[in-house]
Ligand binder design. Structure first.
Ligand code: PNS
Length: 165
């Protein structure tokens, strides 16, 4: 039987519990998931690519059949390069729908062999995103429970709210 790999692309700046919920669900469908972090030189993320990779690897330690990688350029080209044809995306509230629909249709136009598959995140993370979590954390808000503990600590460090020992 052939191994079915799905590419889970995103900015992951930083990884959230919502992403983890999608990953856990996807592992029940696919044999292998590649987390593909977009390395976009035109955008300045809060966390460097390396920092994002370190956090993701830490959070996923012990979880099997997941690989962490990065890509630049067209996602569909990366998908083909990884010898698969599935893009995995999470869907949250209705507000995601238009953006995801646009991306899926563009990706389909660029390569008809590549299929986008959407999984619904757990209702607990329905209205959270890396962006809103960063905004709250930047103002000293408590985002524990929305991101893994290690990410919570890194956010506090980045924004200068880490407790001194
Ligand atoms: O986590 P994000 O920011 O919603 O992820 C967006 C991502 C990385 C999936 C998207 O920006 C992307 O695929 N970028 C690669 C460039 C590309 O292929 N663009 C054409 C299709 S929209």
């Amino acid at each position: 039987m052939s191994v079915k790999t799905a590419i889970y692309p995103g900015t992951f700046d930083p990884i959230t519990n919502g992403h983890l919920s999608i990953l856990t669900r996807a592992l029940k469908i696919f044999d292998r998931i590649v987390i593909a972090i977009l390395n976009n030189p035109n955008k300045v993320p809060l966390f460097t690519l390396e920092e994002r990779q370190v956090m993701i690897r830490h959070v996923l330690r012990g979880m099997r059949n997941i690989e962490v990688d990065s890509f630049n350029g067209l996602l569909v080209d990366y998908v083909i390069q990884r010898k698969t044809n599935v893009i995995l995306r999470g869907l949250r509230a209705l507000s995601d729908f238009e953006y995801e629909f646009q991306m899926a249709l563009m990706n389909r136009k660029l390569n008809r062999d590549v299929q986008s598959v959407f999984l619904m995140t757990d209702y607990k993370w329905f209205y959270t995103s890396s962006t809103i979590i960063k905004e709250a954390a930047s103002l000293g808000g408590d985002v524990s429970g929305l991101v893994p503990p290690m990410v919570c600590a890194r956010l506090k460090e980045k924004y200068g709210f880490a407790e001194r020992a």
